[in-house]
Design a protein around this ligand. Structure first.
Ligand code: PLP
Length: 451
């Protein structure tokens, strides 16, 4: 980092507390300052180019220079820069966006509620489930089950649902009524001689055991990402979702699909729910909804939920939930344009196509001495580093080698992300085969420097 007292890097260290960053290490290491982007690349303040193989935070699906989004934002800002949705008010972009998202939904959905982030969307999902169960006379049915290694955000409820120790320790989380069941990572948690199918059966059994131990009349919902992202890109076994949904149906437990990463093409279909045969009652979306050019998130709810909530109007009057920026017209206009671009350019099919190319390319690293598993689906993947291939033993401490590799990749002009020792790839949907080749070459160089 530049140590000049008034450099932009020094000012960052002096004034900014960074999310998901080791505060003390940042004082020495300083920031990587990104100043602009073009296509799938971003550039730092010294002009060095990086392929953004994480699409920012699993999110800028259209890359970093989609003019149409800038134009639409500009037009909307001049026309109506802000309006809200409270008390029967509405603006046109929010209405059109709701209509369009519902038309894309993988299962019939009835209404859209807007928020600003994935965390807020998931908090909203929980609150509406609680509200609904009170409305239909099931006030005891409030507990939410998520999974170890799941990621659902950082607000108090969504961080409670997140199943990662970093999000709990010293934050005094999870709060009561948030439970975590097993993580469906066969390679890591499957027992010796256990088939993938048997492993999936065991995962469903773990869920059922938890529901029975807690009392089915206390369990409101199960929330899950179709493919776990921040937990290390974990693709469940083929029969996992079928078995899990059988249990949920048996005990009348709602399913919330957290599509914040998987939604809008990431797995090669519009939604991860389609890829894995999920039939959710609620779907949360964010990130690729607007290609992250502006913050906007949403949940879709089924008609069953909507009717329960609407019936409560007589008792409660207004639905006492909403954000100032719910359905912000500029964000909604940008999201609407994003969804139009996905369709015009057939980007979900493109993601399926080049996704296959990425997965095949990454699988060449399976035999590398540092690599334990290569996994993924569509345009999301991970390479997990391990100390011992035979025993699958992790490096100690977990994350040190991953973080070293991450830095080597940055030197090579490649932005990836290590979650512990799982290295994630989640490039913009617009990526080409040539650009994927560059990712692979640069990753290979970084991996070899890590040996
Ligand atoms: N859900 C999932 C699956 C996510 O990956 C994320 C963020 O990465 C969130 C929720 C939280 O979204 P946000 O950071 O916008 O609050």
């Amino acid at each position: 980092m530049s140590t000049k007292p008034n450099s932009i890097a020094s000012r960052d260290v002096a004034y900014c507390l960074h999310p998901y960053t080791n505060a003390r290490a940042h004082e020495d290491k300083g920031p990587l300052i990104i100043t602009h982007g073009k296509g799938v690349e971003v550039f730092d303040d010294r002009g060095k180019a990086y392929i953004e193989a994480m699409a920012g935070l699993w999110s800028t699906s259209l890359g970093f220079s989609e003019d149409r989004l800038a134009e639409v934002a500009n037009k909307q800002m001049r026309e109506l820069p802000f309006y809200h949705n409270f008390g029967h008010k509405a603006s046109i972009p929010g209405i059109e966006l709701s209509e369009r998202i519902l038309a894309m939904a993988p299962v019939p959905m009835s209404k859209v509620f807007f928020a600003n982030s994935g965390s807020e969307a998931n908090d909203t999902a929980v609150k509406l489930v609680w509200y609904y169960n009170n409305a239909i006379g099931l006030p005891k049915k409030k507990k939410i089950i998520s999974r170890f290694k799941g990621y659902h955000g950082v607000t108090i409820a969504s961080a409670s649902m997140t199943g990662l120790p970093t999000n709990h320790g010293d934050f005094d989380l999870p709060i009561a009524n948030f439970l975590h069941t097993s993580c469906p990572h066969y390679w890591r948690f499957g027992k010796d001689d256990e088939s993938e199918e048997d492993f999936a059966t065991r995962m469903a059994q773990d869920l059922e055991d938890m529901i029975l131990a807690e009392g089915p009349d206390t369990i409101a919902a199960f929330i899950a990402e179709p493919v776990m992202g921040a937990g290390g890109v974990i693709v469940p076994p083929a029969t996992y979702w079928d078995k899990i949904q059988t249990v949920l149906k048996k005990y009348d437990v709602l399913l919330i699909a957290d599509e914040v990463i998987c939604g809008f093409g990431r797995t090669g279909n519009a939604f991860g729910s389609e890829t894995f045969g999920m039939m959710p009652d609620i779907i949360s979306v964010a990130k690729a909804l607007s290609s992250s050019y502006l913050p906007i998130s949403a949940i879709m709810i089924s008609d069953k939920l909507y009717q329960g909530i609407a019936n409560n109007s007589a008792k409660n009057g207004v639905l006492g939930h909403g954000f100032t920026y719910s359905g912000h017209p500029v964000c909604a206009a940008v999201a609407l344009e994003t969804l139009k671009i996905y369709e015009e350019r057939d980007l979900f099919a493109h993601a399926a196509d080049v996704g296959g190319y990425l997965q095949a390319g990454l699988s060449q690293f399976k035999d590398h001495p540092l690599v334990g598993e290569v996994r993924g689906v569509g345009l999301i993947a991970a390479v997990e580093l391990i100390r011992d291939k035979a025993t699958k033993a992790n490096f100690d401490p977990i994350g040190k080698v991953g973080s070293y590799l991450n830095d080597r990749a940055t030197e090579e002009g490649l932005i990836i992300r290590n979650m512990g020792d799982s290295i994630a790839f989640c490039p913009p949907l617009i990526i080409t085969r040539d650009e994927i080749d560059h990712i692979l070459t640069r990753f290979s160089a970084a991996l070899n420097k890590t040996l």
